[in-house]
Design a protein around this ligand. Structure first.
Ligand SMILES: Cc1ncc(COP(=O)(O)O)c(C=O)c1O
Length: 374
C-alpha cells in the first residue's frame, strides 16, 4: 500500500506555521549534555507550589479514575466570588494558552483578521495562524504594546485583538488608563483578549483595572493563570473572565474535561494560601532588584520589567549565548523568534540560582569568542 501523503491534507496555512519552541526541560539538558542544569527559562515560580496545593493534590489522587467535574463548579465559584463576578462569567482552561487558542477556535476563520504585537507572547500569533486567519502584527513602541497602532490597524475584518499585560518577553506594561482609552477607541465588535498571566507580580498603582472593564460589559476576556505566582505550571490550569454570553460561546467549543481533577483541587487550595502568594511576590521583588542591580554593575543592557523575568540584550547572537549558558548549566531562553536576535530572557529564580546565573553569564561574556560552532 502506498503511504498516504498526509501533509497534503493540511490546510494551506498550516505549512507556514512554526511550532512554539518551549523552554528546554532540565531532563533534556541532562540527556544531551550529561550534566544537570538550573532552569530560568519559563517564568515559573522558583519557590514551587504552595504546600496546601500539594496536600490537596495528594488528597484527590484516589479519585483520578473518575472524570473531572467538567463544569469546574467549585473552582469557578471560588474564582467568581474572589473577583466579584458571577460564576457564568468564568471559564477554566488547561492553562491560559488553552483559552488563548479557544478564543481563536470559537471566533476566527479564514477571511477574518486578528491583531497582536510583533514581540508579544508567541502563542497569540500561533492561535491566529492555526485558524487560517489574517495575522496583523503591529510594531511595539519602547518594547511595549503600542495600543494606538493596534487601534489604527483595526479594520472591518478584525475580530480579535490579543494583548499581554505585562507582555512576555519584554516585561513591560500599559496602564489601566491606556487600556480604557484603547477600549473606547476600538469598535465594540472587536473582542479584546487581555492576558494577565503575570498580574500578581506587578506593583505599580497605575496597573490593571481589567475586571472593571468586564463588569462594565466591555467586549473583553481577561486571562489569568495558576502557572506563575501559584507555581502550578505542570498541572495546566488557567481561567478567563468575561461577559456571560462570551463565556457561553467559548463553552460550546471548549474541550469538556480540559481542567483535570488534580489541577482543580490544587488551584482551589492555592487560592487559600495567600501567604505563599505573598512570599512568592516578595521573593520576586527582591530577586528582580538583585538581578537588575548586578546586571547594571556588569554593564549589561536589559529592559526594565514589572514581571518575574528580564529581557537582557547581550549584543551578540542569542542562540550562541544560549548554548554557552547551557554548557554552564543554566537554561535561559533565546529571543530570536520574538525579533530580539541579541537578547536572552531570564526568569528571576531563587537567590542561589540567580547567583549561579550571574556567574555563568559573566564567564560567558568575558570568555574569548571563538569562530565556528559553540
Ligand atoms: C504572557 C503569557 N501568557 C500565558 C502564558 C502561559 O500560561 P499557562 O501556563 O497558563 O498556559 C505565559 C507563559 O509563559 C505567558 O508568558
Amino acid at each position: 500500500m502506498p503511504r498516504i501523503p498526509i501533509k497534503e491534507f493540511l490546510p494551506p496555512w498550516s505549512s507556514r506555521i512554526r511550532p512554539y519552541p518551549p523552554g528546554k526541560p532540565i531532563e533534556e539538558v541532562e540527556r544531551e549534555l550529561g550534566h544537570t542544569a538550573i532552569k530560568l527559562a519559563s517564568n515559573e515560580n522558583p519557590l514551587g507550589p504552595s504546600p496546601k496545593a500539594l496536600e490537596a493534590i495528594r488528597r484527590c489522587l484516589d479519585r483520578v479514575h473518575l472524570y473531572p467535574d467538567g463544569g469546574g463548579y467549585y473552582l469557578r465559584k471560588k474564582l467568581a466570588e474572589g473577583h466579584g463576578l458571577e460564576m457564568d462569567q468564568v471559564i477554566l482552561g488547561a492553562g491560559s494558552t488553552d483559552l488563548i487558542e479557544l478564543v481563536a477556535k470559537t471566533f476566527l476563520t479564514a477571511g477574518d483578521e486578528a491583531i497582536t504585537s510583533e514581540s508579544a507572547f508567541y502563542i497569540y500569533r500561533l492561535a491566529i495562524e492555526e485558524m487560517g486567519t489574517g495575522l496583523v502584527l503591529t510594531p511595539m513602541r519602547n518594547a511595549t504594546f503600542d495600543l494606538a497602532a493596534i487601534a489604527h490597524a483595526v479594520t472591518h475584518r478584525t475580530k480579535v485583538v490579543y494583548l499581554g499585560n505585562p507582555n512576555n518577553p519584554t516585561g513591560t506594561m500599559f496602564t489601566a488608563d491606556e487600556l480604557d482609552r484603547f477600549l473606547e477607541s476600538v469598535s465594540p465588535r472587536v473582542l479584546v483578549v487581555l492576558d494577565e498571566a503575570y498580574y500578581d507580580y506587578v506593583q505599580r498603582p497605575d496597573y490593571s483595572r481589567s475586571l472593571d472593564c468586564v463588569r462594565r460589559g466591555k467586549n473583553i476576556l481577561v486571562l489569568r493563570t495558576f502557572s506563575k505566582v501559584h507555581g502550578l505550571a505542570g498541572l495546566r490550569i488557567g481561567y478567563g473572565m468575561g461577559d456571560r454570553e462570551l463565556i457561553e460561546c467559548l463553552n460550546r467549543i471548549r474541550s469538556p474535561f480540559n481542567a483535570s481533577t488534580v489541577a482543580q483541587a490544587a488551584a482551589l487550595a492555592a487560592l487559600d494560601d495567600r501567604e505563599h502568594v505573598a512570599r512568592s511576590i516578595e521573593s520576586n521583588r527582591q530577586e528582580m532588584k538583585f538581578l537588575t542591580e548586578e546586571l547594571t554593575v556588569m554593564g549589561m543592557r536589559y529592559t526594565p520589567s514589572v514581571a518575574n523575568f528580564l529581557l537582557i540584550d547581550t549584543g551578540r547572537d542569542c542562540e550562541e549565548d544560549f548554548v554557552r549558558l547551557l554548557h554552564e548549566g543554566v537554561i535561559v531562553r533565546p529571543m530570536k523568534i520574538y525579533k530580539f536576535p541579541t537578547s536572552l530572557r531570564v526568569t528571576a529564580g531563587t537567590h542561589k540560582d540567580n547567583l549561579l546565573f550571574l556567574e555563568a553569564l559573566h564567564r560567558v561574556m568575558t570568555a574569548p569568542v571563538r569562530a565556528g560552532k559553540v
